[in-house]
Ligand binder design. Sequence first.
Ligand code: ZN
Length: 365
Amino acid sequence: MKKALIFLLAAWCFSTSAWAQKTKANKLVIVSFDGYRWKDVFRGADSGLFNNKQYNTQKQPVRAEKYWAATSKERREKLMPFFWGYFAKNGQIYGNRDLGNFVNVKNPYWFSYPGYNEIFTGYPDTLVNSNDFPPNPNVNVLEYINKQPGYQGKVAVFTSWDAYYRILNKERSGLLINSGYSDLDIPSLTPAQQALNKAQHDLPKIFGDSERYDAITYGLATDYLKQNHPNVLYLAFIETDSFGHQGKYDYYLDAAHGNDEMLRKLWDYLQSDPYYKDQTTLMIVGDHGRGDDDLWRSHGRKVPHSDEIWFAVMGPQTKPLGEISAPGQLWQNQYAQTIASFLGLKFPSPHIIGEPIKQVLGGKR
Ligand SMILES: [Zn+2]
């Protein structure tokens, strides 16, 4: 009698927890850092670039206070305190080549449009060979998710660079995309979104006409998240790449530091909202790397090392293994199927695409 009761109780507990998991749809937030080198992520400020007057206009003691320390471990924690203080303890971080852990792009071009095409389609298409490439013929995983039951109208994209209308083929995909200097155009704008829509045109366009400040993109996106509760959000930063091309290493570091703080605020919000708390994966990706020494400003197939990238994940399905120190190799063409897998989906493609990254999936639940 007693044994039967325990058995019944155990069966009941099991069935209710399985039911609870089924009704909790998985959510995903993807953030990209454009052209941010793995060296700066894992080693912190680079002494050669940090001490080169050509690449810095801020006063040395000010910069040193912010980002300098004797060891690379201290430097990286100063540069990205959320990433190394919290994310590294609760997620998985790949791409520290000093430890033999490699992440690379598969496409042969090593710049943005081919990189984002590879990230979201899983197919390093050699025909996609220019940042001016027309609307992408390849179907992307976000567009696929947006057509699945339960996800319709629940995928949103906010980016600082305006090329995403073409990269994610807005016309065909029908995704909600807000990019570059476009105003967010939805029926219920918050006061902050109204102010940011206006402010983006009033600020100096220091990156040209197609790239806006990440703070504008972040502000528009987070209010959208709070009000509309998308199940998948893609947030794309640009400033690391923009300041890199300008040769401003101090501002490049400021951009990384600022983006890290945005990640912290974003994660704090996700954990404060019952819609997202403990059900949301945060995935951080990059489109390409950059060169070394004086080539750090640039990237592309003529710039060695600019195919080297890094990758990080934290969430309910991912074991908290921290910085991965085992030798290994991951590829950018694996992200698309990994994105689908977090939601329990399989992304169909007419091409051969990368396998999902098993190490980050199915860990905790
Ligand atoms: Zn670039």
